[in-house]
Design a binder for this molecule. Sequence first.
Ligand SMILES: Cc1cc2nc3c(=O)[nH]c(=O)nc-3n(C[C@H](O)[C@H](O)[C@H](O)COP(=O)(O)OP(=O)(O)OC[C@H]3O[C@@H](n4cnc5c(N)ncnc54)[C@H](O)[C@@H]3O)c2cc1C
Length: 383
Amino acid sequence: MSLGRENFSEVRDALKALCGQFDSTYWQHVDEKRAYPEKFVEALTRAGWMSALIPEEYGGSGLSLTEASVIMEEITRSGGNAGCCHGQMYNMNTLLRHGSAEQKRHYLPRIAAGELRLQAMGVTEPTAGTDTTKIKTTAVRKGDRYVVNGQKVWTSRLQHSELMILLARTTPLAEVAKKSDGMSVFLVETKSKGLEVKPIRNMVNHETNQLFIDNLEIPAQNRIGEEGKGFRYILDGLNAERILIAAECIGDGYWFTERSTKYASERIVFDRPIGQNQGIQFPIAEAYMEIEAANLMRYKAATLFDQKKNCGAEANMAKHLAAKASWEAANVCLQTHGGFGFAAEYDVERKFRENRLYLVAPISTNLILSYVAEHVLGLPRSF
Ligand SMILES: Cc1cc2nc3c(=O)[nH]c(=O)nc-3n(C[C@H](O)[C@H](O)[C@H](O)COP(=O)(O)OP(=O)(O)OC[C@H]3O[C@@H](n4cnc5c(N)ncnc54)[C@H](O)[C@@H]3O)c2cc1C
């Protein structure tokens, strides 16, 4: 089936060929071992996909965010898990849009060559949760360096990334006019002294960690953009992240739909394919329609982003609609498979777990609803 594959055929064909080398046995194996899919990420890097967003002058391929989103979509659609590699795509935007010429010259060619990975982002903290302005990690300027202390949680891919985007408070909350002021973003080398990493075992095979920061020294030249404006840069990057996650969900949604359809056509019970029953057909058809609709919002958001237009509302809506639609498709797929949906060899239970994450992270459903209520509909601010 080629549902939803009408555009970007060159990128899709190349990704299909690459992902085709990593079959369900591969993904089941890394899932069972809780291992990082290093071979897959290495193959993506060698083929240049991990540097898709890096401009050609720095050795990348200079693709748009829309094209990058197609890469993510094809990975999840092939049955893989894009959580191992999407960080490089959305973190890249923070560096590309707000980094200095010197930072770009220094880091981008090495990232493009695959010598370095910029896969980790340390924003979330255990006590602040979604209320990012309450982060307690501080960066204090001392001459030509910042000294950082604090703690992060859910810092993903840190053990497989040489670089991390880190958000820390440079002016205490009590001293800023707006609570979103006074935070800064840094580009941190993850093997630096002062970082302790503790893995968090979680529902999916996703490398994510607690991070303890004790007198970490960062050269001042590694601050991205202006001091105190970091929260804005992070928000800007989060729009890219939401669009890419939406695309991953769309890929999942098509994968679930295709699996449901195939199984419903082949599985014979009461002497006929189960898919002949409308009780089986209708939920599949409905989930498919929701995915198609969410996909339109994904492209709208990605196009606005590429045109450097305001896309906050569309990026949030795309992520929300795609996460919901793909979760519905996941549920339908599991139900269609009956007991076999629970058997690891069918991949459905793994993809089901992997997809569930996106209703919570990188941003949870309620926070998107509240964004749209307040910023799009003008309803009173609730927090
Ligand atoms: C596997 C995984 C990987 C992650 N990777 C990263 C990463 O690489 N880097 C990083 O910085 N973070 C990462 N995160 C963190 C992720 O972004 C957060 O978990 C997510 O944003 C939710 O924040 P929280 O867990 O602190 O929930 P909380 O803020 O504690 O919220 C808990 C629940 O309450 C709801 N809630 C909170 N306030 C309100 C309100 N005012 N109104 C209504 N509902 C509300 C939330 O929607 C949520 O459902 C990851 C998380 C996971 C699980």
